[in-house]
Ligand binder design. Structure first.
Ligand code: FES
Length: 166
């Protein structure tokens, strides 16, 4: 993986400066970096480890445990499908299968053009609306397999418009 940019390194140091006097700064540092850059790669974890004197293994454990964090850059549009119990019994796995077919990626992967990431989620607290998809934080209720292509096309069109290619 490409090393982080000089800018990302500078921002990381500023983020660490901001929180290092806290008793447990790690979650704040990881969360701010994730929000700004979309992922927390290993070289970032190593810098945090040196500056905060926390073992890399511990930081890696946090990054891989919480779905909030990602080791890889995510796509511009993060499509989450909830596979919690209420969604699962309403055939949410079929939504996953359809998205995988359309985008050619598996759960946790990002399309080659960097546009979409498919995330598998656990209950997002909207069980009455099952099965749900969540795209960049927006919950889409009672999604049917037949809706999936149209939903994805909406984002492809949006992207084409913002690039002035359509
Ligand atoms: S199980 Fe999907 S929102 Fe609760």
């Amino acid at each position: 993986m490409k090393p982080i940019s000089a800018y990302a390194r500078q921002r990381l140091n500023e983020i660490i400066d901001k929180y290092e006097t806290l008793q447990t700064p790690i979650m704040m540092v990881l969360s701010d970096f994730q929000k700004e850059f979309g992922y927390v790669p290993l070289d970032v974890q190593e810098i945090i480890s040196k500056r905060l004197n926390i073992p890399v293994a511990e930081i890696y454990g946090i990054v891989t445990f919480y779905s909030l964090f990602s080791l890889e850059p995510k796509g511009k549009y993060v499509i989450g499908v909830c596979l919690g119990t209420a969604c699962y019994v309403k055939a949410a796995q079929d939504l996953v299968t359809r998205i995988e077919e359309i985008l050619g990626v598996k759960g946790g992967e990002t399309t080659k053009d960097g546009l979409f990431t498919l995330d598998i989620l656990r209950c997002v607290g909207a069980c009455a609306l099952a099965p749900v998809m969540v795209i960049n934080g927006e919950v889409l209720p009672m999604v049917k397999v037949a809706d999936v292509q149209r939903i994805i096309d909406t984002y492809i069109r949006k992207e084409a418009l913002s690039n002035g290619t359509n």
